[in-house]
Design a protein around this ligand. Structure first.
Ligand code: BG6
Length: 485
């Protein structure tokens, strides 16, 4: 049985809470995975009573839980809503944290604080928790990104948190680590033997990691314009996927065993110089275009975005790891908004056979690990076409996870929230990991702040600027969709 808990969500009426956190908790509750007495307390500025707050959450569940949209799961709604309470909070008023403490002290339960707020509110909230003595050794604190804007601000933020909590109490969330296929990558690599001998510079020619989105900036224009694709996606999600792909086998699934290996990958990333930044990074911004036949605005015409903005909505880069396993193997990372397709995948391109005995050209093998929209693994391989002669053709072996595991797939936030309640930090970023990631990206931020010109335009609904195809072509390869048959 799960243990009893009090989950306090700061920013509890915000977009992330309504879209992701309550739906995730609701589905976990429907599957009886929350302690019956567990409480969820939303702390936010608005003056609301419990009833009004519950109505708001109920409306959000109807919109954001696909099963609810289809009329299912209604039977657990009342039970879930009964867990919710609302606490109106002025983050700067210490007395109010004391009131919160009183209500938490009455119960024998695990307290978790979830900071789903803008970075400017981290300091007053952490200060308030500390002042009121809410930072006892038994509590946990979850930090939602962005965790800083650069190396200096991320260090400042970490010092602030670690002044009130110890590292083992801190859960830095990156929801990509909660995605089922990312964990399946661990199973695929370390639960089998056939891949490991090939998983290195001898057999792999390059690795491509893509997170392409069809959405634009939606209602987040103002936030996004001050952030950009690099801070929003590369510094965290893409680097975490890179770590999971490139890391050495950990000795166990112990949280620190896994995170130590991820850290080694971050530390092996080849540092940037001005020349390598210029040559190996493409920055793009979407112009007007069309998404599935519907006209789409240019980024600079989106609500909340400055008309002269030079914020990037697309990044492609070529990274390298300086270690024995991967030296010389390019890792191409890219992400973009308003791309041709929604697709997140890791592609391992293998080398060509050293000698061919066939007339047909041989297409090198490719392993495609897909995270979204569907979760699958596909191995492209050569086979003899039926009939006379020896004509070879590229075919593929498919593993569709839904076929083997037809039960409901857990959402990333659901998995991660349950991990926090259970006290398992394996899939959360440790301070030294966050620091190493920022250290690697800082020269790029410095360069862009002073030297770089505006981002290159690409049409909404395309695969990004042509310069990104030139980036892979220089390495004698091509993006996966450019090669797909
Ligand atoms: C978030 C970014 O971290 O991840 C968003 O801030 C992005 O800009 C989102 O859209 C993508 O997540 P997912 O799970 O929908 O691929």
């Amino acid at each position: 049985m799960e243990s009893n808990f009090d989950l306090v969500i700061f920013g509890g009426t915000g977009d992330l809470a309504l879209r992701k956190l309550y739906p995730a908790l609701f589905l976990a509750d429907c599957d009886d995975r929350l302690h019956p007495q567990g409480r969820i307390i939303a702390a936010a500025r608005q003056a609301l009573d419990d009833a009004a707050f519950r109505a708001k959450v109920s409306e959000a569940l109807m919109r954001f839980v696909p099963e609810m949209v289809q009329g299912a799961r209604a039977e657990c709604l009342q039970r879930f809503l009964a867990r919710l309470t609302y606490f109106a909070l002025d983050v700067n008023d210490v007395n109010q944290y004391r009131d919160l403490k009183k209500s938490l002290d009455e119960r024998d339960s695990q307290t978790v604080f979830y900071l789903s707020v803008g970075p400017a509110l981290f300091a007053p909230i952490i200060g308030g928790l500390k002042e009121a003595g809410l930072n006892t050794a038994e509590t946990r604190i979850v930090l939602e990104k962005p965790l800083g804007r650069d190396l200096a601000s991320s260090r400042q933020l970490n010092s602030l948190v670690l002044d009130a909590f110890t590292e083992s109490q801190v859960y830095r969330i990156d929801h990509y680590l909660g995605k089922e296929t990312v964990q399946n990558l661990l199973a695929l690599r370390f639960g089998n033997t056939f891949l490991e001998p090939l998983w290195n510079r001898t057999w792999v020619s390059d690795v491509q990691i893509t997170i392409a989105e069809t959405v634009g900036v939606e209602t987040r224009g103002e936030f996004y314009d001050g952030t950009g694709a690099f801070r929003d996606m590369v510094q965290n999600h893409l680097l975490n996927l890179l770590c999971m792909t490139a890391m050495e086998p950990p000795s166990s699934l112990d949280p620190d065993a896994v995170r130590d290996e991820k850290l080694q990958v971050l530390r092996s990333l080849k540092p940037w110089t001005q020349d390598t930044i210029r040559e190996n990074i493409v920055r793009g911004q979407y112009r007007a275009g069309s998404m599935a036949g519907v006209p789409a605005l240019a980024y600079v015409s989106e609500q909340g975005v400055s008309a002269s903005s030079s914020t990037e909505t697309y990044v492609a880069l070529r990274a390298e790891l300086s270690n024995w396993r991967w030296a010389g193997v390019p890792f191409y990372l890219r992400t973009g908004k308003r791309m041709a397709e929604r697709r997140a995948e890791i592609v391992i391109n293998f080398k060509s056979p050293p000698h061919s005995i066939f007339q047909s050209p041989l297409v090198p093998n490719r392993l495609v690990i897909k995270l979204q929209p569907e979760e699958s693994v596909r191995l492209y391989t050569m086979a003899k076409a039926s009939g006379d002669g020896m004509h070879l053709r590229e075919v593929h072996l498919d593993l569709d996870f839904k076929e083997f595991f037809p039960e409901r797939r857990q959402d990333a936030y659901e998995r991660l929230l349950l991990d926090v309640l259970r006290g398992n930090p394996t899939l959360f970023m440790r301070r030294d990991e966050a620091d190493a990631a920022w250290r690697w990206v800082q020269p790029i931020l410095d360069y862009w702040a002073t030297e770089a010109g505006p981002p290159i335009g690409y049409a909404a609904g395309s695969w990004g600027p042509p310069a990104s195809s030139r980036l892979t072509a220089r390495g004698d390869t091509a993006w996966h969709e450019e090669r797909s048959v």
